[in-house]
Design a protein around this ligand. Structure first.
Ligand SMILES: *[C@@H]1O[C@H](CO)[C@@H](O)[C@H](O)[C@H]1NC(C)=O
Ligand SMILES: *[C@@H]1O[C@H](CO)[C@@H](O)[C@H](O)[C@H]1NC(C)=O
Ligand SMILES: *[C@@H]1O[C@H](CO)[C@@H](O)[C@H](O)[C@H]1NC(C)=O
Ligand SMILES: *[C@@H]1O[C@H](CO)[C@@H](O)[C@H](O)[C@H]1NC(C)=O
Ligand SMILES: *[C@@H]1O[C@H](CO)[C@@H](O)[C@H](O)[C@H]1NC(C)=O
Ligand SMILES: *[C@@H]1O[C@H](CO)[C@@H](O)[C@H](O)[C@H]1NC(C)=O
Length: 906
C-alpha cells in the first residue's frame, strides 16, 4: 500500500480512479473514489467486508436509488486510523456513524446533507469550528467522549434548525453556554442538550426559558469556576423531564418546578444551593429520582413520597437542614428567619452560618440573642437585594432592626409597626419607597438615602418602564423589518424560479441582497466562503445591546483578527483616516478580509463608539451588492473592530485622483460609468429599502471601494442615519465632508436623501473632470468643483475643456459624458427639491452603461442556481453570485478541491 501517493491517502488504484473522476466528472464515481480513500485511511479490516468495486454493496454502507452513498455506519468495528478530508465530497450523505472506535486525527467536514452524526467514543483531536455551518438538515449530533482540544459551542450551530439531539459530553467544550437554545432561538425541536463533563463556565442562559428541551445535562464541568449563577431559569423550562446540574457552582434556591409535569429525574447534588426545598418539588407526581446531597439547603429535610429514589444525604454537614429527621419541621423562629431571607434569594453567607434549629444556640450571622430570644437583627452592608418581609413582625422580641446599606426595594411593611419591643429601625441607603408606617412613639427611625421614601411609587422601576416604552418602536421596527425581509426573501426565491423562464428580461433588473433570517435575532451573514467562529460571550455594555440579539453571531474574537492581520502589523495597513486604520487580513481558510480598527484612545471614545454602533446597526440591516458587506465585528476592551469583505482595488479616490502617485492607470470612461451606476444603485437601495430611509451623509470617492473587477461598493456607514419613521426630512448634528456637503445641509443641518444626491453629483463631476471636490491648487474662484463645473457647463466649448485629459474622447463618449455632466449638474442643484431621486439617476445611467455593456453579463450567472437545493443553500449560492468578484462554491466540493488538491486538478 503506497500511502499518500499523489496527495491522497490511498492505494494508487484509488488515486487514479479519483483523477479519472475529475476528467469524467461523474459524481457516482466520485463517491466510489472517496469511499476508497476512506477504506484505506481507516485501515478497513477484512471483517468490514469492504470488497469489490461497487461501494453500494459494501457492508455498513447504504446508497440511495441513484447509487450515491447515503449512509456510512461503521460504529464499533475496532477501527484505527483517521478520516479523510475527502468525505465532504459525499454530497448525498445523510448519516455518518463511527462511534466506539479508536479513530484519531482531525475530524473532517461533511456535506450539508447530513442528518445524523454519531462519532462518540473515539480519539479525534480536533473538531472543525464551522462544521455546523449551513447544516440545516442535521437532527442528531452525538460527539461525546472524544478528546477534542478545547473549543466553544460554535455560533454556526444555529444553522442546524432541525436539531433534536445535541450530545457533546466530555468533548473539550469551553466558554459559556450560548444564548440561542431557547424558544426564540432556531431550534424548535431540540429535545436533548447534553454538555456534561466539559470546561463550561458562566450561567444557564436566560434564553433557555420556554425551550423545548426535555433532557438537560450540564453536570460536572471541569473549569475552575464551573457553571454558576442561579437555577431560576429552570422554572420556565416546563418541558423538562431530566435535569442534571450536579457538580457545578450553582447558588440560590431550587426554583419552583410545579409546572413540570413530566419531570422525573432531578440531580442537583454538589452545588452551593441554599434555601428551603420547594414543596412543589416534593409533591411532583412524575418524580422518580432526586439527588440534593452536598449543598447548603435549609429548612426541614424533605420527605419524598414512596417510590422516589432519593440520594439526599441526611448528614447535616452535607446540607444545612435544621434537623436530621426527615419530614420534621423546624422551630417557628427558624421558619420565620428563613421566610425573612427568602426574598433576598437565600444568600450564601446566611446558609453557611445558620446551623441547627436554634438561632440563639450557635452564632448565626446577623442574629443577636439575649436570654434565648432574638433581640437584634443586623443585616447592614450585606449586599442584600429584594424586599423587606412582613414576617419580621413574627420576631416579637426584636428591639433593633438594622437593614441599612443594602439594595432593598419595596416599602417598609406596616406589620413592623406592631413589634412591641422595637426601639430602632434603620433602613437608610436602600431603594425603599412609599409611606413610612406610623410607629410607636419612641421608636428611632432612620431612612435617609432612600430617594423615593414617602412617594407613592419608585422612580427607578418607572424609569425602566419608560425605557421599555422607548424600545417598543424599535422592537416593532425590527419585527416589521424581519417580516419584510422574509417576504423579500420569498420573492427572491420566486424570482429565481422565474429567471429560468424570462432569461431575456432579466438584464435590466436590480436585485436586493437581504440577509435571510430564521426567526428573531438570527442574522445569517453574507460571507464569502469563510466563516469565523469564536466566543460569543463577550460582554456588551447596555448601550451596545442594540445589536446584541441582532448581530451577536457576528462577534469575532480579537485573537482571530490578530492572527489574520499579523498582529495589526504596519505591512497590513490599507489606509488610515480620522476614524482609525484599515488593515488587510486573511483568515486561516484563505478568506480575504479588511479590518477597520477604530481609533483607540485607551478608554472607550464616545464618538468612535457611536459610529461603530451606527455602522453595525446599518450594516446588519442593509445588504446590497453595491454596499460593502460587514462580515463581523469585535469588541475587546477599548478595541472596536469591524470586519468587511475585502475590496482589493481600494478606494475610488486612488484610481480617480491619486492614480499617478499610486502607480495606477487612469480609469477609462466606461469603467467610470459602471462605477457611477454601481454607486447609484447602492445609494438608491439605501434610500428606498422598504419604507425605511437610510441616509449615507458621507458619499465621496474615498468611501467607494472597488473589487478586482472594478465594480464598486459603497462603504463607511459610520455616519448613516435612519430617517425617523414617516419623515423624509429631519435635523441632525452636522457631519460629512466639505466639498461634498449639500448647501442646505451645511447651513441648517436639515437632512434629506437629497443630501446624498448632491454628494453623488459631486462625485460625477470628479469622474468627468478628474479633479478633487476642493482643489487648492486651483485659483481661488475655481477651488470649489461644483461652482466651477456649473460655470463651465454653460457652453459646449468650455465644457469640453473640463473633461479629464486622460479620457479618450470620441463622439460616442462625448455624448455619454455630456449626459452625465447634465445629470451631475441636476444632482447638484441648489434647492434640494430640484435634485432628482436616486432612482432617476439609475434610470439615466443604466442605458449609458448598456451601450458599453461587456459581452459577459454577471446577471446570468444566477441562472445556474439549482432549484433542488435547500433554502439556505440556495441563498448561500445566490449570495456568492451577488458578490461576483469571487465565486466560491462551498455547497459542492469544487472549492475544496481547487484549494487543496491543485496538484491533481487537471
Ligand atoms: C482503543 O485502543 C486502546 C489501546 O490503545 C484499547 O485499550 C481500547 O480497547 C481501544 N478501544 C476500542 C473501542 O477499540
Ligand atoms: C474563549 O473563552 C475562553 C475563556 O472564556 C478563553 O480561554 C478562550 O481563549 C476563548 N477563545 C477564543 C477563541 O477567544
Ligand atoms: C460566574 O463565574 C464567572 C467566571 O467564570 C464570574 O465572572 C461570574 O462573576 C460568576 N457569576 C456568579 C453569579 O457568581
Ligand atoms: C423571651 O420571650 C418570651 C416570650 O416572648 C418571654 O416569655 C421570655 O421572658 C423572654 N425571655 C427573656 C429572657 O426575655
Ligand atoms: C446595588 O446593586 C447594584 C447593581 O444592581 C450594585 O452595583 C451595587 O453595588 C449594589 N449596592 C449595594 C449596596 O449592594
Ligand atoms: C502576535 O503576537 C503574539 C504575542 O503577542 C505572538 O505570540 C504571535 O506569534 C504574534 N503573531 C504574529 C503573526 O506575529
Amino acid at each position: 500500500m503506497r500511502k499518500h501517493e499523489l496527495g491522497f491517502g490511498g492505494p494508487l488504484f484509488y488515486d487514479l480512479l479519483f483523477i479519472l473522476c475529475f476528467l469524467v466528472i461523474s459524481i457516482k464515481c466520485q463517491d466510489a473514489a472517496v469511499m476508497g480513500v476512506l477504506k484505506s485511511t481507516i485501515n478497513a479490516p477484512d471483517s468490514l467486508e469492504w470488497i469489490g468495486e461497487d461501494v453500494c454493496k459494501w457492508r455498513h454502507v447504504v446508497c440511495d436509488s441513484s447509487k450515491r452513498v447515503k449512509a456510512i455506519q461503521i460504529g464499533n468495528q475496532n477501527l484505527r486510523g483517521t478520516l479523510p478530508k475527502e468525505l465532504v465530497m459525499l454530497t448525498a450523505l445523510t448519516r455518518f456513524e463511527c462511534q466506539d472506535n479508536n479513530l484519531t486525527g482531525a475530524f473532517p467536514y461533511l456535506a450539508k446533507s447530513l442528518q445524523r452524526l454519531i462519532i462518540h467514543d473515539n480519539n479525534f483531536n480536533l473538531f472543525p469550528t464551522d462544521f455546523f455551518k449551513g447544516m440545516s438538515s442535521l437532527q442528531e449530533v452525538r460527539i461525546d467522549n472524544v478528546p477534542f482540544s478545547q473549543w466553544n459551542i460554535p455560533n454556526s450551530l444555529k444553522d442546524c434548525v432541525a436539531l433534536q439531539t445535541f450530545s457533546a459530553q466530555s468533548t473539550g467544550l469551553a466558554g459559556t453556554i450560548p444564548n440561542f437554545f431557547g424558544k426564540d432561538g432556531p431550534f424548535a425541536g431540540l429535545v436533548l442538550l447534553a454538555l456534561s463533563d466539559n470546561f463550561l463556565e458562566g450561567g444557564l442562559p436566560a434564553s433557555f426559558a420556554g425551550s423545548s428541551i426535555e433532557n438537560l445535562l450540564v453536570n460536572g464541568q471541569n473549569s475552575n469556576s464551573k457553571l454558576n449563577g442561579t437555577l431560576a431559569v429552570l422554572s420556565k423550562m416546563v418541558s423538562l423531564k431530566q435535569i442534571w446540574a450536579n457538580g457545578n457552582s450553582f447558588t440560590g434556591p431550587i426554583p419552583d418546578l410545579a409546572h413540570h409535569d413530566q419531570l422525573y429525574d432531578v440531580n442537583l447534588r454538589d452545588n452551593q444551593l441554599t434555601g428551603v426545598v420547594p414543596p412543589s418539588l416534593v409533591a411532583l407526581p412524575s418524580l422518580k429520582s432526586v439527588s440534593l446531597t452536598n449543598n447548603l439547603l435549609q429548612g426541614s429535610p424533605p420527605m419524598f413520597k414512596n417510590g422516589v429514589g432519593v440520594d439526599n444525604n441526611m448528614d447535616r454537614g452535607r446540607n444545612q437542614y435544621c434537623t436530621n429527621v426527615v419530614g420534621q419541621s423546624c422551630s417557628p423562629l427558624v421558619n420565620v428567619l428563613l421566610s425573612i431571607v427568602q426574598p433576598f434569594g437565600y444568600p450564601l453567607n446566611f446558609a453557611q452560618s445558620w446551623q441547627g434549629n436554634d438561632p440563639c444556640a450557635n452564632r448565626w450571622t446577623g442574629i443577636i440573642c439575649s436570654g434565648g430570644n432574638i433581640s437584634v437583627i443586623n443585616f447592614q452592608n450585606m449586599g442584600l437585594s429584594g424586599t423587606i418581609c412582613p414576617c419580621f413582625a413574627g420576631i416579637t422580641s426584636l428591639t433593633k432592626l438594622f437593614l441599612a446599606n443594602n439594595n432593598l426595594t419595596g416599602t417598609i411593611p406596616e406589620e413592623l409597626a406592631t413589634l412591641p419591643h422595637l426601639e430602632e429601625l434603620d433602613v437608610s441607603n436602600n431603594h425603599i419607597y412609599g409611606k413610612v408606617p406610623s410607629f410607636r412613639e419612641g421608636v428611632e427611625l432612620k431612612y435617609e438615602g432612600n430617594p423615593d421614601i414617602g412617594k407613592n411609587e419608585q422612580t427607578i422601576p418607572s424609569n425602566v418602564g419608560k425605557a421599555n416604552k422607548n424600545n417598543t418602536p424599535m422592537i416593532i421596527g425590527i419585527t416589521i423589518l424581519v417580516v419584510i425581509i422574509l417576504v423579500v426573501g420569498v420573492l427572491i426565491l420566486v424570482k429565481f424560479r422565474r429567471k429560468e423562464k424570462y432569461k431575456g428580461k432579466l438584464q435590466n433588473q436590480t436585485t436586493f441582497v437581504v440577509p435571510p433570517r430564521y426567526g428573531d435575532g438570527n442574522v445569517v451573514k453574507i460571507n464569502s466562503g469563510g466563516h469565523v467562529e469564536g466566543n460569543i460571550s463577550l460582554s456588551l455594555s447596555s448601550a451596545q445591546s442594540v445589536y446584541q440579539g441582532e448581530a451577536s453571531n457576528m462577534l469575532i474574537p480579537i485573537q482571530i483578527l490578530k492572527e489574520a492581520t499579523n498582529n495589526f502589523s504596519e505591512g497590513n495597513i490599507l489606509g488610515k483616516g480620522g476614524f482609525g486604520t484599515v488593515y488587510k487580513g486573511e483568515l486561516h481558510d484563505g478568506t480575504k478580509i479588511a479590518v477597520k480598527r477604530m481609533q483607540s484612545t485607551g478608554f472607550v471614545d464616545q464618538k468612535g463608539s457611536s459610529e461603530f454602533t451606527s455602522e453595525i446597526a446599518v450594516l446588519t440591516r442593509v445588504r446590497h451588492r453595491n454596499l460593502v458587506a460587514l462580515l463581523g465585528f469585535c469588541l475587546d476592551g477599548s478595541e472596536r473592530l469591524l470586519v468587511y469583505e475585502c475590496m482589493p482595488q481600494g478606494a475610488l479616490s486612488r484610481h480617480l485622483i491619486n492614480w499617478k502617485e499610486e502607480g495606477l492607470k487612469p480609469l477609462e470612461w466606461k469603467i467610470r460609468l459602471n462605477i457611477a451606476l454601481d454607486v447609484a444603485r447602492g445609494v438608491e437601495y439605501l434610500h428606498g429599502l422598504a419604507q425605511q430611509i437610510f441616509i449615507h451623509r458621507d458619499l465621496k470617492p474615498s468611501n467607494i471601494l472597488l473589487g478586482n473587477d472594478m465594480r464598486a461598493k459603497v462603504s463607511d456607514f459610520g455616519l448613516v442615519r435612519l430617517a425617523p419613521e414617516g419623515k423624509t426630512s429631519f435635523q441632525t448634528r452636522l457631519a460629512g465632508t466639505f466639498g461634498y456637503m449639500a448647501p442646505e445641509y451645511a447651513a441648517t443641518g436639515r437632512l434629506t436623501t437629497k443630501v446624498d444626491v448632491y454628494s453623488f453629483g459631486v462625485i460625477l463631476m470628479e469622474m468627468i473632470t478628474g479633479r478633487k471636490a476642493l482643489d487648492d491648487s486651483q485659483p481661488e474662484e475655481n477651488i470649489h468643483l461644483v461652482t466651477w463645473f456649473r460655470k463651465m457647463l454653460i457652453n459646449k466649448d468650455s465644457f469640453i475643456t473640463t473633461i479629464d485629459p486622460t479620457i479618450k474622447v470620441d463622439e460616442e463618449t462625448l455624448w455619454s459624458i455630456s449626459t452625465v455632466a447634465g445629470l451631475a449638474g441636476h444632482c447638484c442643484a441648489r434647492e434640494p427639491h430640484q435634485r432628482p431621486d436616486m432612482s432617476h439617476v439609475v434610470n439615466v445611467l443604466s442605458p449609458l452603461v448598456q451601450v458599453w455593456k461587456p459581452s459577459e453579463t454577471n446577471v446570468n450567472e444566477a441562472d445556474e442556481i439549482d432549484f433542488d437545493m435547500t433554502l439556505p443553500e440556495a441563498l448561500e449560492r445566490w449570495k456568492q453570485f451577488e458578490g461576483n468578484s469571487h465565486i466560491i462554491d462551498v455547497t459542492s466540493s469544487s472549492e475544496y478541491l481547487n484549494a487543496n488538491n491543485t496538484k491533481s486538478n487537471p
